[in-house]
Design a binder for this molecule. Sequence first.
Ligand SMILES: CC(=O)N[C@H]1[C@@H](OP(=O)(O)O)O[C@H](CO)[C@@H](O)[C@@H]1O
Ligand SMILES: [Mg+2]
Length: 550
Amino acid sequence: MLCWERREMDFEELKRYSALHPKPAGLTLQYGTAGFRSKAQQLEHVMFRMGLLAALRSRAMGATIGVMVTASHNPEEDNGVKLIDPLGEMLHPSWEEYATQLANAEDQELQEIVTEICQKAAVNQRKDASVFIGRDTRPSSKELSQAVIDGISVLGGQYHDYGLVTTPQLHYMVCCQNTQGQYGKPTLEGYYQKLSKAFTELIKKSLSSGEAQRQLKIDCANGIGALKLAEMETYFPKEVQVQVYNDGTKEKLNYLCGADFVKVHQKPPKGLDMKPNESCCSFDGDADRIVYYYKDTAGHFHLIDGDKIATLISIFLKELLAKMGQTLKMAVVQTAYANGSSTRYLEETVKVPVHCVKTGVKHLHHKAQEFDVGIYFEANGHGTVLFSKAAENTIRQLAKEEKDVAKREAAKVLENMIDLINQTVGDAISDMLVIEAILALKGLTLQQWDALYNDFPSRLLKVQVADRQVIDTTDAERRAVTPPGLQEKIDALVKKYKLSRAFVRPSGTEDIVRVYAEADTQENADALAHEVSLAVYHLAGGKGAPPQPI
Ligand SMILES: CC(=O)N[C@H]1[C@@H](OP(=O)(O)O)O[C@H](CO)[C@@H](O)[C@@H]1O
Ligand SMILES: [Mg+2]
């Protein structure tokens, strides 16, 4: 029953609370690839309104909804917020629009927009609303999450504030809650216990068990990952020793460190002392991304990104499925930013189908759900593995009942993998444990993993334009449909270089156009990226000075 209108009292409350979190007049923001992101001081009204929206979404779904206050890898001064749907997925796209409307409503329009959403989305006001809240370590996050709580409360919703958690931990809690504990216990202890139990089982089986300790240096981007790893330490098996760097006690969040910095700049983070051939990895600010790296004896830096993580996991899972004697449908999902060499290696050597989708985790996650085993990773290190319910049931049954020892053992390893992987979203802690377990079980070093294939030289650039929406794309963002002439120009430029490809698309998180190019040499990749940038600048309304050669 759509009875929001009948609760006159609540409108007064809404007005009163809304006035405590006023919207700066004229400010418009959009629920983008990763929710709302902006300077922290611009976001109080957005947080309050996302509290409102979460309560409405909870009523519409009859389930607990998550609200995470974080701006991930953005500078410390920024903040952001995203909603989590009942099974731990990203908010459904149909509600992203409501989120944008609500965030941009002027204070006096708020009541009208709330009523409209209730009507359009058939929100039953009599149902209970339940929301889980979490936040990262930014100085602004505590106060902003209080504004979220105000929004939930004013609509009569219940909330549980988990306080400081990683983004994937909150996704996990929401999923546990809505599956009545089937996915695990919705507590931090439940999360640590589930992961460490699965990891310990796996590491026990590894050849190196008892011989050598695994050592790993972790750059936590001065963020939440450090706190959560410290909490988890007591649960770790002694076979693995982690050393945490950039734990946030001295330096600023994400400053010259973290997964995004390492990936973009292709160099080690500040504050991590790296000796030749030591295994190192970086989390991002909210610990949902991870990249690995090492320095060789000649001092060269080697980055092992999301593409190589997807490759390692694919090889391992494919072998296990074969050992188990099952022909489950497995596929890898990437975006256009995946290095072409990884796509070729996966298709031709690992022999696993690869699909390319639009940038943004929700697109990858959605596609991966089509398979029994769907592995998805963005090149920047955000990804996970999804197992269909049917595949999971088969695996668990074989692990229990299969008579053939080799098959049963393979099923047991897979079963533990299922428990170790956070299937709700990419999770740096979980992915790290998955990788460490695979490396241990396969007896692989980081150098051997890195040597599976060589990345094609590539370059990622940003171009400033007056309105990035003038660029429209198709074919999973690999071809530009508008402005006229741009794609033809890119095609002509690509023809000039060997083994090359290039594409452009408007960013979903920054006010810029991204240009990506690959070619046979780094010089050519740089030159191609630069020429394409100039084409964007001239044909798509470039702003400021023209792009300079690299
Ligand atoms: C090239 C690139 O790394 N793009 C990132 C970035 O999106 P853009 O839409 O390109 O700004 O942020 C997204 C959210 O974190 C992430 O999913 C995506 O991979
Ligand atoms: Mg992140």
